[in-house]
Design a protein around this ligand. Structure first.
Ligand code: SF4
Ligand code: SF4
Length: 414
């Protein structure tokens, strides 16, 4: 029987540009099924056998990881009145990547010989009752460019002609009603559709859509989607304006960014675009360099926000809309508790907006979709795929007392 797929239009349009960046810097895990297949192929292919012996590190579970070759670079960064060494990987490459930019395994044995990781990237896949559902990860710069699409994302069930290579099971799963009930998410697909509808509701700006999402997530505790839809239909401009006039908390917004960066990113960042963004915020603009966020720093940030960001905000809403629609369709609201997924979404928004304002300040230019797409891609390459970091962020939000809904909402308004 033919496989079923549910895919957004940007997956159908996406075409790998063969830049080979995803064959560098990443820790690549080879699934058990692929390792077994490699063993079979290697039995009849001496050259492949030698390549695999040198390039793969097998583990006890039957999986393997690729031995990347790292070239490390050290940079000294000033922060909190002291100097810290930031280690960044200048270049590290999968040993199977040939000098002509082609994967030696794929070249010899075709795309089916690749591991699930290599076949799937830059997609994320969940198997559900609707088929294989695919989203993108914007760690791939070519994938990130699809964020510039101005039309509202549409979804296609079993689009004619669409196919995908067979996989060994390295994807997420959402089971039947019983399985979803165990997760406390019986009506998950209705929730997903509702959240995407809110995110695509262009009558209001993205900030208001995010605030509204938080209110809806809070109401989900009652589990009644129909009454939430009715509530949304009754929303008028007055309520939208009221949401936007909630008191803002720029100091706490900057404090959250600083804590997140200090705790995990500062010394471990291995991605050069993210390292540049952090260096700008700490060294060049001196917004986060002190333990406390002084009023003068907040004022400078807000002045830059009003000068460079706010006037162009309407022109970048579609980028955020696409980013969050993908976040939702990538099943983050299934993987995490509803409210936790919302906090993560808000955290990424705050982080991206902060670094975008820094980029505008450093370059003295108004925000545009290129800046937002670059920041999103750098953030995704650094932490977007890191589930441990997601857990750290959630811990940070809870420990810092940021996790009450009105408080999170107040971090959006500036
Ligand atoms: S980074 Fe993206 S565009 Fe470049 S090779 Fe990988 S998947 Fe293709
Ligand atoms: S195995 Fe091939 S496709 Fe996968 S990372 Fe290495 S070179 Fe790239």
């Amino acid at each position: 029987m033919a496989e079923r797929y549910l895919v957004p239009d940007y997956i159908l349009e996406y075409k790998c540009s063969c830049c080979t960046e995803c064959c560098k810097r990443r820790r690549i895990i080879i699934d058990k099924g692929t390792v077994e297949k490699y063993d079979q192929l290697a039995a009849e292919d001496e050259e492949l056998s030698a390549m695999l012996n040198e390039g793969l590190q097998k583990d006890k579970t039957g999986k393997a990881s690729v031995r990347l070759k790292d070239i490390v670079k050290k940079t000294t960064v000033e922060g909190n009145g002291e100097h810290k060494d930031m280690v960044s990987v200048d270049r590290s490459v999968c040993p199977f990547l040939g000098s002509e930019g082609l994967c030696a395994i794929q070249k010899k044995h075709g795309i089916d010989a690749l591991s699930d990781t290599c076949k799937i990237f830059p997609r994320t896949i969940f198997k559900t009752g609707r088929g294989f559902e695919m989203a993108l990860t914007y760690a791939c710069k070519t994938a990130a460019k699809t964020l510039k699409n101005k039309h509202t994302v549409e979804f296609f069930q079993d689009p004619p002609g669409f196919d995908f290579p067979d996989l060994h099971g390295q994807y997420g799963r959402i089971g039947d009603m019983l399985a979803r009930k165990k997760q406390g998410k019986t009506n998950y697909f209705d929730v997903e559709a509702l959240l995407i509808d809110i995110m695509q509701f262009r009558e209001i700006n993205v900030d208001t859509r995010l605030i509204l999402t938080g209110i809806v997530i809070d109401k989900l505790k009652n589990g009644d989607i129909l009454s939430i839809r009715k509530y949304l239909q009754s929303l008028d401009e007055t309520i939208a304006n009221l949401l936007m006039s909630l008191p803002s908390q720029p100091v706490f917004m900057m404090k959250l960014v600083k804590e997140a960066v200090d705790k995990r990113l500062f010394s471990r960042i291995t991605e050069k675009d993210m390292a540049l963004m952090i260096s700008r915020a700490y060294n060049e603009l001196k917004l986060l360099d002190q333990p406390e966020i002084a009023d003068e720093k907040v004022e400078r940030f807000l002045t830059a926000y009003r000068k460079y960001y706010k006037p162009g905000a309407d022109d970048i809403d579609h980028v955020y809309e696409n980013y969050f629609v993908n976040f939702i369709f990538a099943k983050k609201y299934y993987t995490y508790k509803y409210m936790d997924a919302y906090f993560l979404m808000m955290f990424f928004y705050i982080l991206i907006r902060f670094f975008a304002v820094c980029a505008c300040m450093a370059e003295g230019r108004q925000v545009d979709e290129d800046i937002i797409v670059e920041v999103i891609s750098a953030v995704e390459r650094s932490i977007g795929h890191n589930t441990t970091y997601y857990q750290d962020v959630l811990r940070l939000i809870k420990e810092g007392g940021y996790h009450r809904l009105p408080y999170v909402i107040s971090l959006v308004n500036l």
